[in-house]
Structures are given as structure tokens and as C-alpha cells.
Design a protein around this ligand. Structure first.
Ligand code: PLP
Length: 479
């Protein structure tokens, strides 16, 4: 008899796929061997998204997570959500529960056009497809354009969620360094020349030009113009991924690449995730007709259509007409959180560290002395109940190991300050250790000691004045 509380699995039989994850994790070597013969070659180069791996750990309520890319959904008024969903149930129940067209509803496309018009872009509705988040748009574009071994170019670092997409289609990913003005266009041109000399044509240049995830930097106006010119001169596609363009904290908006190009060589990806809700999983892609035709075929095979229910939600929400105010609210919230993070970094990180100064979006990118590996550092940080994304997740080639991505949108200001203090503490410990090992005693070493003592005092004070709360039920899937 199968003992209660014991596994009834016979030795050598595959585990029950419905078993809880902790049981499935104990797959035997024999099980692995049996399945391995069935796997497609592409699974060998598939990479896990670092954020997914962090998910289980950072879901613990005591952990301050600066890892995910979570927008502040608690600021969306619940009564407005309830009213919109009620209206849908009363007026459009049958349609909202039905399948919809693969391309998305025309009315959803009208909402998309309204949002894009806020950045002076005016695509033809026929050039738009509604997707299951911007993530699916990246996947569909890559599926449409990339054969195994094809070169694709992106920024270094790039959006960590794009890295596993490119690798699962077996792309040969090349990353172009960035500075404070975004992608280095001189390096891009040198790379393009090199590839051309080898007789290789990149399938696309993927860029997040505004408030980039993960670096928080923005491609300058001059470089935007040059990038679009290069695409024309060399007949290359640029994939512009722009989730954050409207989340600007100050200064003048810059023209999106799509606007500069007019949609001939720039394929545009947008999402409602960062200006409304990631839970609705609604994004879109704008592409020239021949490319769009293939994307639609890819989408049919992937999931038939995007959720009709959440498309109805967006349609109702835009009909209410308050989306601009909501984005303004979000900008105000994120600006204060960005300020809190920059201030805390200044206070708690050693002077050998550098970090970006984002003028919008959700992320700061910090780079530590190169003897610190942020993958190892994360294990130490998690012991202090704080998480970040190690920089290597933003590269396809193992670079980025001394950098980290820090998110400020998903935590309140007290949590951000405390989270950065805890990370600063483990960084200082590494600095002190390095100096001890290398025998570099002196001014810096005593500074490390001082900083650590100061942090211990701050920790005591913090514990007394700030009983850190955590909101209930926070996921961590945000990239
Ligand atoms: C640059 C970028 N692209 C795409 C996405 C995917 O977002 P979603 O699938 O929620 O639209 C994200 C999410 O963080 C992102 O930062």
C-alpha cells in the first residue's frame, strides 16, 4: 500500500507532472537520461530568465525585492477596476468571454493609437497586432526573423527577458556597449562592418531607447537619428522596444525611433504593463505589412489570440478617459522612489561603485569593483533578506558580472532605503575582505570598517523606528 505521506512512485518511473515542485525537483539521473533523448536541440541553448529563478526566493514576505520590474499596481483605484469589470459583465459578457481576432480588436488598436499619439506616433491600425504582453512581441519578431546562427544585435546590457528569447531561437547575439547616451553608435557601425566583411547580415538591432531596462539610460537625440539613418543606409531592421517612454520624470521627451523612421525599418513594440497593469498581459507590435503577415501567422500558432477579456478592460479604461492622469500619478510615485534610491546609494555604497541616473523608467544599474561578482553577492544579500538582479542576466556572453540591476518601482521609499542599506553592507564586507586578502590596509580599509559600523548603528535605529511592512500577495514575475 502506498504509505500515507510517502511517494507511491515506482523506482524508475517518471514523476507525476502534477506533483508539487519540491517533488519534481528530485528527478533521478535515469529520468533525465530518458527525457534527454526527446529534447529538441534548441533546448540546449535555452536559458532561464534570472528573474524567474529569483521568483521563489523573493516571494518570501520578509525579503525586500529590488529585483523584479514590478509596477506599482496598488496605486490603481480598485473602485475604478470594479466599475469597469462590472460594466463589461453587464454589457459585453458574451463577447468578452469569446475568442477574438488574432490581430486584436479594432477598438483595442484605437486605444493603442491614442497611447502612441502621446509620443507623436501615428501608425496605421492594419500595421498593429495586439500581443500577450511585449514579451510575446519580442518572441514573435524573433521567431519570424531569426534562423539558428543568425546574428542579432542589442545593447550591452540588454533587457534580461530578451536574452532567453534570442538564445531559444539560437541567435548569435552581439551586444554593443552603452554609455550615458545609450548605445555606442560608433561601436555599432564597427560591428556592422565586421559582420559585413564576414558576409553576415544581422537580422535586427534590438534597442530599448528610453529609460532602458536594465541600465536606466536613454539614447540621445543625435544617436537616435543616426541609428535610423544606419538602418536605412544598410537596409536593416531596428526593433524598438518602448515600455517606458511615457514614464519620464523631467526634461523634454525625445522622438521614438518609430517616429523618426516612419515605420519602414523600425518595428515597434509597446505594452500596457508599465502604464496600466502587467497582469492584463497586453502588449502590441507595429510592423510593415510583409513582416506583419508573418507575425500574425506566428501568433496564430502560439495562442490564437490575446485575451479578449483584458482587451475589453483596456477599452473600458480608455473610454473612461483618465489614463493620462494615472500615468502622471505613476510618474510622481516613481520619481520619489528613484530619488530615494539615488540618495541611499550615495549614502551606503562605496565610492568605487558607479551607478546610472535614470530620468525615467524603473531601474538603476550599478557597477561595483571588478573583484566583486554580483552572482555571489546575491547569495549574501539574500541572507540579509534583500534581492537584486545580477548583471550577468543582461548579457548573452557572461559579461556584467560586477554589475546589478536595482528596481525602485515595486517598493516604497522606506523599503528602498533599507534594501540599499542592506546591499551596501554586503558590498562593504566584500571591499573589506578584498583589502584584507590583498594586504591593502590603510585609508580605504578603515573607511570600510567605519561604513560597516555606521550601518550596524543604522540597522538598530531602523529596527526601532521602522517596522518594515510587506504588502500581501506580491508576485515577482516582472522582468
Ligand atoms: C524592455 C522590456 N520589454 C518587454 C517587457 C515585457 O513586458 P510585458 O510582457 O509585461 O509587456 C519588459 C518588462 O519588464 C521590458 O522591460
Amino acid at each position: 500500500m502506498a504509505g500515507q505521506g510517502q511517494s507511491s512512485r515506482e523506482p524508475g518511473r517518471p514523476e507525476d507532472a502534477t506533483a508539487p515542485p519540491h517533488r519534481r525537483a528530485h528527478t533521478s539521473a535515469r529520468d533525465l537520461e530518458r527525457y534527454a533523448g526527446l529534447f529538441a536541440a534548441r533546448t540546449q541553448v535555452m536559458r532561464s530568465s534570472a528573474m524567474r529563478d529569483l521568483m521563489a526566493i523573493t516571494a518570501r514576505p520578509e525579503v525586500i525585492s529590488l529585483a523584479g520590474g514590478l509596477p506599482d499596481t496598488s496605486s490603481f483605484p480598485p473602485e475604478s477596476f470594479a466599475a469597469q469589470m462590472t460594466r463589461i459583465a453587464q454589457e459585453s459578457s458574451a463577447q468578452a468571454l469569446q475568442y477574438g481576432p488574432t490581430e486584436g480588436f479594432e477598438r483595442t488598436k484605437e486605444c493603442i493609437r491614442e497611447l502612441m499619439a502621446a509620443e507623436d506616433m501615428h501608425p496605421d491600425p492594419d500595421d498593429i497586432i495586439v500581443t500577450t504582453g511585449g514579451q510575446q512581441a519580442i518572441d514573435l519578431v524573433t521567431k519570424t526573423l531569426v534562423d539558428p546562427g543568425d546574428p542579432v544585435i542589442c545593447e550591452g546590457p540588454t533587457y534580461p527577458g530578451a536574452v532567453p528569447v534570442f538564445s531559444s531561437y539560437q541567435a548569435d547575439t552581439h551586444q554593443v556597449e552603452m554609455d550615458a547616451e545609450g548605445m555606442r553608435i560608433d561601436e555599432l557601425e564597427a560591428l556592422l562592418d565586421r559582420l559585413e566583411a564576414e558576409g553576415r547580415r544581422p537580422k535586427f538591432i534590438y534597442s530599448v531607447p528610453s529609460f532602458q531596462n536594465p541600465a536606466g539610460v536613454t539614447l540621445s537625440a543625435k544617436r537616435r537619428r543616426r541609428l535610423v539613418e544606419i538602418a536605412r543606409e544598410r537596409e536593416l531592421l531596428v526593433i524598438e522596444d518602448n515600455p517606458y517612454g511615457l514614464l519620464r520624470f523631467g526634461g523634454d521627451p525625445l522622438p521614438p525611433l518609430y517616429q523618426l523612421d516612419g515605420g519602414d525599418y523600425v518595428v515597434y513594440i509597446g505594452t500596457f504593463s508599465k502604464v496600466l497593469s502587467p497582469g492584463i498581459r497586453l502588449g502590441w507590435c507595429v510592423a510593415p505589412p510583409p513582416v506583419m503577415e508573418k507575425i500574425v501567422l506566428g501568433k496564430q500558432a502560439a495562442d490564437l489570440c490575446t485575451s479578449t477579456l483584458t482587451q475589453y478592460f483596456v477599452i473600458e479604461y480608455f473610454a473612461e478617459g483618465s489614463w493620462r492622469e494615472y500615468i502622471e500619478d505613476l510618474v510622481g510615485i516613481y520619481r520619489s522612489r528613484r530619488d530615494a534610491m539615488l540618495d541611499a546609494l550615495e549614502r551606503h555604497f562605496p565610492e568605487q561603485a558607479q551607478w546610472t541616473q535614470p530620468e525615467g523608467g524603473l531601474f538603476v544599474w550599478a557597477t561595483l569593483p571588478d573583484y566583486i561578482d554580483t552572482g555571489d553577492l546575491l547569495a549574501k544579500a539574500l541572507r540579509e533578506d534583500v534581492a537584486f538582479v545580477p548583471g550577468a542576466a543582461a548579457y548573452a556572453d557572461g559579461r556584467g558580472s560586477s554589475s546589478m540591476r536595482l528596481n525602485y518601482s515595486g517598493s516604497d521609499e522606506d523599503e528602498i532605503r533599507e534594501g540599499i542599506r542592506r546591499i551596501g553592507k554586503v558590498v562593504w564586507e566584500q571591499v573589506a575582505l578584498y583589502e584584507t586578502i590583498t594586504g591593502e590596509h590603510g585609508a580605504i580599509s578603515s573607511r570600510a570598517e567605519e561604513a560597516l559600523a555606521e550601518m550596524d548603528t543604522a540597522e538598530l535605529e531602523q529596527a526601532e523606528v521602522l517596522p518594515l511592512r510587506r504588502r500581501e500577495g506580491r508576485g515577482e514575475a516582472g522582468r
